[in-house]
Design a protein around this ligand. Structure first.
Ligand code: ADP
Length: 399
């Protein structure tokens, strides 16, 4: 069966068409600047030249219409008719407490998604728009929602409740939800495959390190704690997000700088993290370069970032009573030997020893710990689209 995977952002749309017999990508594409001047689609069908469409796209429906045309285009397309699409899998950011797994989309699901907009005001609305556009254009096709938060619904209350008056959880559902769940799930399953053991017998820490970063403790295949929280702001320092800090700093700075709620939110989400510390960039490649040229604040940002990751790894090892596998994934985790080395320095005390030679790898499934390391350290490129397609196939096949 061919599955179309859709990931709708506020002005973008990413898609992949995957043939699940063999899990082969047939077509992949990105739509940018939806609703803004200069809309365009970059469409790649496997084995064919890139197809660029530059045409006004006033909304996601129009964008999707052009995407579907591209997919079945005689010259540039991957299939000859939309009937060859068996189901659509949608990435949805926030499922709140309503969804602990992926689900076939029906009216009740749509209602629950609307309800959860409050928890993810920037992310859920474009996801809902994408689903509605697909419903209009492919009314008879089954669709599945796959949530970033669902994998973390197994986290126990002592790890998801904040030490605030309990009424805020009861009234407003203020609690840790966690994100990047599809990625943490995919790499933990792949890690188990690579060890040849049943995931039920493994204690895994997965480090998704990209522009946004999070770490998860996966015990016996279930997430039992994760570093992002009520929103993606908590946890590690990130490209531009502050991560953990003393919350009293917020009213202090708001008063000193006469900031509004909107301004302080922007500062914490967009101007902080390694960008805020270094003043150089949110991109770790730029920081590496500045570090090599002796920029002390870039070095500080890199060391601070690595230390945060290290603290979480050790904390999660303690929570699970050990660690068998440590996984690095996403842009930075997959591609930066130097950051992996910085993070692993000191983890020898937990039995995790990196092999310098093996660590010199980018973007492919590899074990990078040395022979004597008790903990298997791995690089595993994440594949959220494939995970979404697998969940979609499983649900529609069981119907
Ligand atoms: P997103 O969270 O936006 O999905 P990605 O997972 O694609 O991000 O990660 C993007 C980040 O990965 C970039 O900001 C960059 O800092 C980092 N990165 C990518 N390639 C490298 C590399 N070769 N060396 C260091 N960092 C890299």
């Amino acid at each position: 069966m061919n599955i179309l995977v859709i990931n709708c952002g506020s002005s973008s749309l990413k898609y992949q068409l995957i043939d699940m017999n063999g899990e082969e990508v047939l077509a992949i594409g990105l739509v940018e600047r939806i609703g803004i001047e200069g809309s365009r689609i970059k469409h790649d069908t496997t084995g064919k030249e890139r197809y660029i469409i530059e045409e006004p796209m006033k909304d996601h429906r129009k964008a999707l219409e052009l995407v579907l045309n591209a997919i079945v285009d005689e010259e540039h397309g991957a299939i000859s008719s939309l009937d060859e699409i068996g189901a659509v899998g949608h990435r949805v950011v926030h499922g709140g407490e309503d969804f602990s797994g992926s689900i076939i989309i029906d009216e009740n699901v749509m209602e629950a998604l609307e309800k959860n907009v409050e928890l993810a005001p920037l992310h859920n609305p474009p996801n809902i728009i994408g689903i509605n556009a697909c419903k209009e254009l492919m009314p008879n096709i089954q669709m599945v929602a796959v949530f970033d938060t669902a994998f973390h619904q197994t986290i126990p209350a002592e790890n998801y409740i904040y030490a605030l008056p309990f009424e805020y959880y009861e009234k407003y559902k203020v609690r840790k939800y966690g994100f990047h769940g599809t990625s943490h799930k995919y790499v933990s399953q792949r890690a188990a495959e690579m060890t040849g053991k049943d995931i039920k017998d493994l204690k895994i820490v997965t480090c998704h390190l990209g522009n946004g970063s999070s770490i998860t403790a996966v015990d016996g295949g279930e997430s039992i704690d994760t570093s992002m929280g009520f929103t993606p702001l908590e946890g590690l320092a990130m490209g531009t997000r502050c991560g953990d800090m003393d919350p009293a700093i917020i009213p202090f700075i708001m008063e000193k700088e006469n900031m509004s709620i909107e301004e302080v939110n922007k500062m914490l989400n967009k101007k902080s993290g390694v960008l805020g510390i270094s003043g150089v960039s949110s991109d770790f490649r730029d920081l590496d370069e500045a570090d090599e040229q002796g920029n002390e604040r870039a070095t500080l940002a890199l060391n601070l970032f690595a230390n945060r990751v290290k603290k979480y790894i050790a904390a999660y090892a303690a929570q699970m009573g050990g660690i068998d596998v440590l996984v690095f994934t996403a842009g930075l985790g997959e591609n930066s030997p130097s950051m992996r080395e910085r993070i692993c320095k000191g983890l020898e005390c937990l039995g995790a020893t990196i092999d310098k030679e093996l660590n010199n790898v980018r973007g492919k499934d590899t074990i990078i710990s040395n022979e004597s390391s008790k903990v298997k350290i791995m690089v595993i490129p994440t594949n959220e689209e494939l995970m979404i397609a697998r969940d979609t196939l499983e649900l529609v096949s069981n119907r």
